[in-house]
Every structure is written in C-alpha cells, then in structure tokens.
Design a protein around this ligand. Structure first.
Ligand SMILES: [Zn+2]
Length: 152
C-alpha cells in the first residue's frame, strides 16, 4: 500500500496524469464546441460530441470554495491534517478540486486568484494543487466572503 491516497487512473484520464508528471496542466477540449471539460470524459457534457483533444491550459484560476480538513478520514492522512481543500474555477473554464498550499485559511476569500502547482508524490505520480497567486499575496483586496470555522 502506498503512503498516500492514489487516484484511479483510467484510459480517459491517463493523458491528464501524464501531463501533470511533466508539470503541465492539460485539459480535454471538445473539437465541436471548443469547451474544456474536467474530469476527463469520453464525450463532451455540453454538446455530446465524442473525443476531443488535450490542450495545455493556463495555470491560473479563482477560488470558488474551500474547507479545512481536521479529521483524517484515512489513516494515511493523519500526518497531513489540517489541510485546505479547494474548488477552483480554472481560467479555462472547468472547476477542479485540489489542496491549497501556503495560505492562511483565515485569509481566504471567494474569487481570490490562485496558481496551480505540481507536487511530485513519488517517481510515478504528480498531483495538482494550488497556491495563492503572487499578485494576490502582495495586494489582497478586502475580504468579501465567510471565513472557515474550526471545530469546537
Ligand atoms: Zn462540445
């Protein structure tokens, strides 16, 4: 058993994971409507067209939502809590989930700019995480959202 939780890599998702290993963010783009999609699927959820192409996309996005994890639901996570799980609306369109690294959970706000980072878990697996975008870290506008609540 690996020391970390590994994803199920399928024929549809293999190109995504192979790109992450090269520290590149690639998403499927529909050949018919040009929409990007995530997670990888054999057909476009917007127009139904089969297939598509893998396209390198921007590493940037906006924070849509987050939660701070305090309780390790899997024993392999016991040394990693607390950590922040986020939903990010990528500039390319799709919403992805990942961890946010290097941010004070109390300083998070919906809409803040984040940048993808590539974390190598071992020689075979690289995962997508996010960190605050450099410009946001230097000049953060007033918070317009709720703050996370720690468990009692
Ligand atoms: Zn489409």
């Amino acid at each position: 058993m690996k020391k970390f939780l590994a994803p199920d890599i399928t024929a549809d998702s293999a190109p995504y994971w192979q790109a992450l290993k090269r520290h590149v963010l690639q998403l499927q783009q529909c050949a018919a409507c040009a929409g990007f999609r995530f997670p990888p699927l054999p057909s476009c959820p917007k127009c139904g067209a089969l297939g598509g192409q893998w396209v390198e996309t921007s590493l940037h996005g906006r924070l849509c939502s987050w939660t701070e994890i305090f309780h390790p639901l899997d024993p392999r996570l016991k040394d990693e809590v607390p950590f922040v799980l986020v939903l990010v609306d990528l500039d390319a369109g799709p919403r992805v989930s990942a961890r946010l690294v290097g941010a004070d959970p109390q300083a998070l706000r919906i809409g803040m700019r984040v940048t993808a980072r590539f974390d190598d878990l071992d020689d075979e697996l690289t995962i997508l995480n996010f960190e605050p975008a450099a410009a946001d870290a230097l000049d953060a506008p007033p918070s317009t959202t709720t703050t996370t609540r720690r468990p009692a």
